[in-house]
Design a protein around this ligand. Structure first.
Ligand SMILES: C[S@@+](CC[C@H](N)C(=O)[O-])C[C@H]1O[C@@H](n2cnc3c(N)ncnc32)[C@H](O)[C@@H]1O
Length: 416
């Protein structure tokens, strides 16, 4: 079945053009993109946050397919979303309950149905993204690999940025005859080649720092590493000529003009080897940290007794979301999570002065999100102490009753 292959490409394939054959995932019931964008939808329930600081933040309760289709007609949202993070059900064939044993959500879809339902939402999300926007999709080993192919189809392989492996929990005392599963995955795509990127860094540990910056400056005591002072390629100008009576090595040029090299030397930034070869000193104190890689080890989910949690079953690590939001959006940008659960993404976005839109279908999720945005979380595992009364982070009071009313009566709350 050749569903999803553009007509022009199909013809080229039939004519024997076998170069750059794109890969498609084929399954029964795969709908045409154009049809998906024209699907009918039911009006959604919108629970709107007070316009604090003029921020137009929104929380919707309903099937996100309906809400996303509706947002396609909203000029404030279509093409304006800078960051999407979603953490959909993982096809785990499980039912999830909150810590207080209330039903949160079912996760029974799998196979082609799962892929197609998520694909529909991803196609609409692509349309909602701004031209410099990005999307992060959090999955586990059940569906991440199928969805990688689907996301290549939707966003284009050239816009694939990273397949992040996250350590989700500590090593367990595994009894099964298998390796312990402690990883899940985040697929990161940008809408285009130019996208928001505030480079994230990880901090150095002592051992790594000493290995990377092995030298200590005799005068200042500052730690540094030595790097070449020349770069490949010949130059006709001053950087290709002599400096201190020395020519750059064959086929290379000085990285800086001779005056600049003199200045660096005066400042003690040049290391001279015993045989008189200059090298540049790169000081540890100027390092912003280690540029972050695609293996994330420091964002385990909430198992620590002292960690604050909403009690929602699949709540993700808050710092994970804070770091994603900081990296892939700027202040006042619009962030969207249409499987928002307990509102981790929305809370992170709010904290970082981004605007946000959250969607979830479940009562328990919406309640957890509102509770959390009101600054209300518990200490995980702390069933004895009374709930901590926190300072309110965000005022939901002016919509609170309305929100709860609409939640439990299914009334639609109009935009004010
Ligand atoms: C894994 S949880 C998200 C947890 C969230 N990232 C957090 O930190 O709390 C998945 C969420 O998707 C919601 N969900 C599932 N299907 C949905 C749909 N069709 N529309 C909206 N929400 C949906 C569930 O109610 C559940 O809260």
């Amino acid at each position: 079945m050749a569903v999803g292959i553009p007509k022009g490409r199909k013809k080229a394939l039939e004519a024997g053009d076998i170069k750059n054959i794109p890969v498609h995932l084929s399954y029964e019931g795969k709908t045409d993109e154009v049809e998906i964008l024209k699907l009918p939808y039911s009006p959604s329930i919108k629970i709107r946050e007070s316009k604090k600081n003029d921020k137009d933040n929104r929380l919707y309760q309903g099937d996100n397919l309906d809400v996303l289709l509706e947002l396609l007609n909203d000029p404030k949202v279509k093409g304006e979303v800078k960051l999407v993070y979603i953490d959909p059900p993982f096809a785990s064939k499980s039912t999830f309950k909150s810590r207080s044993n209330r039903h949160a959500y079912h996760d029974f879809m799998d196979g082609g149905q799962y892929i197609e339902e998520l694909r529909k939402r991803l196609i609409i999300l692509r349309e909602l993204l701004a031209s410099d926007g990005s999307i992060y999709v959090h999955l586990d080993n059940k569906m991440a690999f199928h969805m990688k192919i689907i996301m290549d189809e939707i966003f284009g392989e050239k816009n694939f940025r990273a397949f992040i492996s996250r350590r989700k929990c500590s090593n367990k005392n595994f009894t099964r005859l298998n390796y312990g599963n402690i990883t899940d995955y985040i697929l990161f795509y940008s809408k285009n080649q130019k996208y928001i990127w505030n480079r994230p860094y990880e901090s150095w540990d002592e051992e790594n720092m000493i290995r990377q910056y092995p030298c200590v400056d005799e005068k200042t005591g500052k730690r540094y590493k030595k790097v070449p002072i020349h770069a490949p390629g010949t130059r006709n100008g001053a950087t290709g000529g002599e400096w201190r009576g020395m020519l750059p090595p064959k086929g290379k040029h000085w990285q800086y003009l001779p005056e600049k090299l003199d200045e660096m030397d005066r400042r003690g930034e040049i290391y001279w080897s015993p045989t008189g070869n200059p090298r540049r000193k790169v000081f540890f104190e100027d390092s912003k940290g280690i540029p972050k890689s695609d293996i994330w080890l420091n964002y385990r989910d909430l198992t620590n007794q002292n960690t604050e949690t909403t009690g929602y079953p699949t709540e993700k690590n808050l710092q994970l979301l804070i770091d994603i939001v900081s990296t892939s959006s700027n202040e006042n940008d619009l962030v969207l999570d249409c499987y928002c659960g307990s509102g981790t993404t929305l809370f992170a976005a709010n904290k970082l002065n981004r605007r946000w839109i959250g969607v979830d279908i479940g009562d328990e999720a919406i309640k957890a999100t509102i509770k959390r945005l009101n600054g209300d979380t518990d200490l995980h595992g702390d069933y004895v102490n009374k709930r901590k009364q926190k300072n309110k982070q965000l005022t939901f009071t002016d919509i609170k009753e309305q929100a709860f009313f609409s939640l439990f009566t299914n009334d639609t709350t109009e935009d004010s």
